[in-house]
Design a binder for this molecule. Structure first.
Ligand SMILES: *[C@@H]1O[C@H](CO)[C@@H](O)[C@H](O)[C@H]1NC(C)=O
Ligand SMILES: *[C@@H]1O[C@H](CO)[C@@H](O)[C@H](O)[C@H]1NC(C)=O
Ligand SMILES: *[C@@H]1O[C@H](CO)[C@@H](O)[C@H](O)[C@H]1NC(C)=O
Length: 500
């Protein structure tokens, strides 16, 4: 009898102890999202919180976040910050179209409230995810001082770090969870630069101490030369250009395609451009929405390459629209040091949006007054409409190549997963594979397929210092959108520290 009561006491102690660790929740009053317009389901599978964190009081610069708690064990599961790219694109792209808790179905007519269904492959199955609109001016984030819209890599990283420190003060119950930073496309710059700020803060003893463990980048921008030289070998390997065209380009440009300056090289590259310009840059297997009107709004005098000016121009409009995710990089024009022109500047505000783009459900949902109020965002009347990618920013790529960031972070023991949808032509895997190899780390898990449901889902190579490169077979630029089940598989395995 004594033993029964003491084990009961022990059980009670355990329950009280774990409850007090987790229940000392300090989520800000009123931040919980209790009602999600468009979602008819009885109850959300986990708690959601959303709101603003002011990163600069004097300027009124406020960053918007949406937290989806893990549907498994929010007290123990990792916490992941998610960033979409651009620069200028909202992380609600990830929330709505990639790995958020809901699948969005069109409400029927243009602008009507979409219908939300639970996403069986939501990344909240295994982790808590914070979707952050960054920098100010993007998505639902804004500043009262428009001078803030003149920004760049370094200021963006500093602001996002400030955001994290303040956010963890609001949600101290997450300080013990393993923390990761993840993103895709231009977030290939955001993720390493922010990780670097976080690590510097940890070294300097900045409080609160962030339990940072590593980072993930999908089809990420990294380095002008590696990314800029990736397209020609990609096009060759995918059978988009002939051996002859490839050999001609290789000989004329000597492997240096992004800034090849000889006339011979330019001629060879224009053959490459001609061969591939009808493709959907984000996934060469997907059709592309074409609009005849686009040609008229892109000034032919602009210095964009012809292949870009003609993007989307054909006599056969297709009804299919996929979304522009970040920048539609003109072919062979990788991100360079200095000012990054906005897509809208290049395209001069195509009235019906940009080629290969549909952001209809996201736009309808995020510009609905009821949704804005339910998720604690400022109304359209106050901060204007949500756009998937803004042209408000005057953005400078001022952090240089990401290679030294990757070296620095992995050398300090932070894990890194670098993954590529292998059918993306925007940031082709060929460049990503080449720069990961260039770090010169020893291979600890040599090139092999990885599997989901006993099917090959892609290939992976593991390196020393916790660096993993992986491809996802048949996926485009936004991997979880194309391959949701496979994406959840590699995501959960990598977070758990298992092999892919
Ligand atoms: C906006 O910020 C700039 C730079 O800090 C400052 O010079 C300017 O006075 C501010 N403008 C307003 C309206 O507060
Ligand atoms: C062109 O690229 C090569 C190799 O990436 C580099 O060494 C050279 O400086 C570049 N030239 C210019 C003009 O940017
Ligand atoms: C990483 O960067 C920090 C800050 O710039 C520097 O102090 C440190 O020495 C670097 N570490 C490595 C291993 O490169």
């Amino acid at each position: 009898m004594a033993s029964a009561s003491s084990s009961f006491l022990l059980l009670l102690l355990v329950v009280v102890a774990s409850a007090s660790a987790w229940c000392s929740r300090a989520a800000p009053a009123g931040a919980q999202v209790t009602r999600v317009p468009g979602f008819g389901g009885a109850q959300l599978p986990s708690k959601h919180y959303a709101g603003y964190v002011t990163v600069d009081e004097a300027h009124g610069r406020r960053l918007f976040y949406y937290l989806v708690e893990s549907e498994r064990d929010p007290a123990k599961d990792p916490l992941v910050l998610w960033l979409n790219g651009g620069p200028g694109c909202s992380s609600f792209d990830g929330f709505v179209y990639e790995h958020g808790p809901f699948n969005f179905e069109s409400g029927g007519s243009a602008g009507s409230l979409p219908k939300l269904h639970l996403n069986p492959y939501s990344w909240s199955k295994v982790s808590s995810v914070v979707y952050l609109d960054s920098p100010a001016g993007v998505g639902l984030s804004y500043s009262k001082n428009v001078s803030d819209y003149e920004t760049g890599d370094l200021k963006t990283a500093a602001d996002s770090h400030t955001f994290l420190l303040k956010w963890f003060q609001l949600y101290p119950e997450f300080l013990n969870n393993p923390f990761y930073i993840a993103g895709e496309s231009y977030a290939g710059v955001y993720v390493p630069t922010l990780s670097h700020e976080v690590v510097k803060g940890i070294h300097e003893g900045v409080k609160p101490t962030i339990n940072f463990k590593g980072y993930m980048v999908g089809n990420g921008v990294c380095d002008t030369a590696f990314d800029g030289n990736a397209l020609v070998p990609f096009a060759h390997g995918m059978g988009l250009i002939s051996d002859d065209i490839y050999k001609e380009a290789n000989t004329a440009c000597q492997g240096n395609y992004w800034n090849g300056s000889s006339d011979k090289c330019e001629q060879a590259l224009s053959r490459v451009d001609t061969a591939i310009e009808g493709l959907n840059i984000y996934d060469i297997l997907e059709p592309c929405y074409h609009s005849k009107s686009i040609k008229q709004v892109i000034p032919q005098k602009s210095r964009a390459p012809q292949s870009f000016k003609d993007l989307g121009v054909t006599g056969k409009p297709l009804p299919v629209r996929t979304r522009m995710i970040g920048r539609a990089w003109p072919l062979r024009a990788p991100v360079k040091e200095g000012r990054v022109p906005s897509w809208q500047e290049l395209a001069v505000a195509a009235p019906s949006g940009v080629p290969c783009m549909s952001d209809e459900v996201a736009t309808a949902w995020l510009n609905n007054d009821g949704v804005r109020s339910a998720i604690h965002a400022e109304p359209v009347s106050s901060i204007g409409p949500w756009l998937i990618c803004t042209d408000k920013l005057d953005f400078r790529h001022d952090a240089g190549s990401m290679i030294i960031y990757h070296k620095n972070l992995t050398s300090q023991g932070y894990r890194a997963l670098i993954f590529s949808g292998d059918h993306d032509m925007c940031v082709p895997y060929t460049g990503t594979e080449a720069w990961t190899t260039s770090l010169g780390y020893g291979v600890v898990d040599s090139w092999r397929p990885w599997f989901t449901n006993e099917q090959v889902s892609g290939y992976t190579q593991g390196y020393e210092k916790g660096l993993t490169f992986a491809t996802i077979k048949g996926a485009g630029h936004t991997v979880p959108e194309y391959k949701p089940q496979e994406a959840l598989a590699f995501y959960s395995r990598w977070l758990a520290g298992s092999k892919l």
